[in-house]
Design a binder for this molecule. Structure first.
Ligand code: GLN
Length: 312
């Protein structure tokens, strides 16, 4: 084991338990009823380096849905399918400072396009840009892409979560119909949302997220197979969005505390990385008021401080 991972292995259980104490302050996401059932006290982490060595701690075996973490990868696929010019005619490049599902500001970026691809409105537009003749084909291409990046051929959907979200997605529906009215969505709204709910409900473990994060940390090259899975330029774009918008309206705070590109999801997952070195997957379903894993954020901030990981 590398010196860094060996040191981590020794201290990780203690740091993890300190962070776990914060789960008492958090709440599981309730607006998607299936997600409310997740174990509130759980906290797990998996850290993977470029030599394929890893350390993990806590509830790292927990299976959870990617939710917003999937938006990073649909953005990459949309860029690969369409190129930068087409994608950025439909979504902006700026953080919002509002909640992830905010209806505010949709009118402000000309001509009614979402501020960035990581808020819900932007991610719904990105789902519509994925190539495929039918929603099923689009979803299948997205799932294949996630399998390739995670090195895990067995990834699949949690259909209970997918249906549960669809049944209660009044806000996402209204965002999507508004985008349709603005001429930003070309396709049938329900078909676009079907693709969106499916990629949000892909199930992973911390190890899958660590591997996906490591590919991003390595500029799109799979360090295990040495295959360039995503063009370096697109990975650069995705990581920049993670730094500026990945933790919703807590992105500035997280950038100051941890200084790493990261993306969270409402099932409690966080994918982050140390550029050029490590991929990291964390899960802790208890969320803070900004919709980020309360214990997960604390644990990553602790590690970043202890190992001086901030990019700044
Ligand atoms: N599927 C979730 C939603 O649209 C994703 C949001 C999130 O993880 N923040 O509300």
């Amino acid at each position: 084991l590398s010196t860094e991972l060996a040191q981590m292995k020794e201290r990780l259980p203690e740091w993890l338990e300190a962070s776990r104490a914060l789960t008492a302050e958090g709440k599981t996401a309730a607006y998607i009823p299936e997600l409310a059932k997740a174990p509130k006290e759980a906290l797990g982490i998996h850290i993977l380096n470029m030599n394929g060595e890893s350390v993990s701690a806590g509830d790292c075996g927990l299976v959870f849905t990617m939710q917003s973490i999937s938006k990073v990868f649909t953005l990459l696929l949309a860029l690969m399918d369409n190129g930068e010019e087409v994608v950025f005619a439909k979504v902006g490049k700026e953080p919002t400072g509002d909640d992830f599902n905010s209806m505010l500001k949709l009118e402000l970026v000309e001509p009614g396009i979402p501020f960035n691809p990581l808020i819900n409105a932007g991610a719904i537009v990105i789902s519509s840009l994925i190539h495929g003749a039918t929603p099923e084909q689009k979803s299948e291409r997205i799932l294949r892409f996630f399998c390739e990046l995670s090195g895990n051929e067995t990834l699949g959907y949690n259909l209970d979560v997918c249906r549960s979200e669809s049944a209660t997605a009044h806000r996402n529906r209204s965002l999507a119909y508004f985008l349709k009215d603005n001429g930003v969505l070309d396709d049938d709204v329900e078909e676009v949302l079907d693709v969106y709910f499916h990629h949000c409900s892909v199930e992973v473990t911390c190890a899958d997220l660590a591997r996906m994060g490591l590919v991003l940390a390595c500029g799109g090259k799979d360090p295990v197979t040495q295959k360039q899975l995503v063009p370096r330029r697109y990975v650069q774009i995705a990581k920049t969005f993670m730094m500026t918008c990945g933790m919703y309206n807590a992105s500035g705070e997280f950038a100051i505390a941890a200084g790493l590109p990261a993306k969270s999801g409402v099932a409690g997952g966080i994918m982050t990385m140390v550029p050029g070195r490590l991929g990291i997957g964390v899960v802790g379903p208890a969320l803070n008021s900004k919709g980020n894993s309360v214990a997960g954020v604390h644990l990553i901030e602790t590690l970043s401080r202890e190992f001086d990981w901030s990019m700044f």
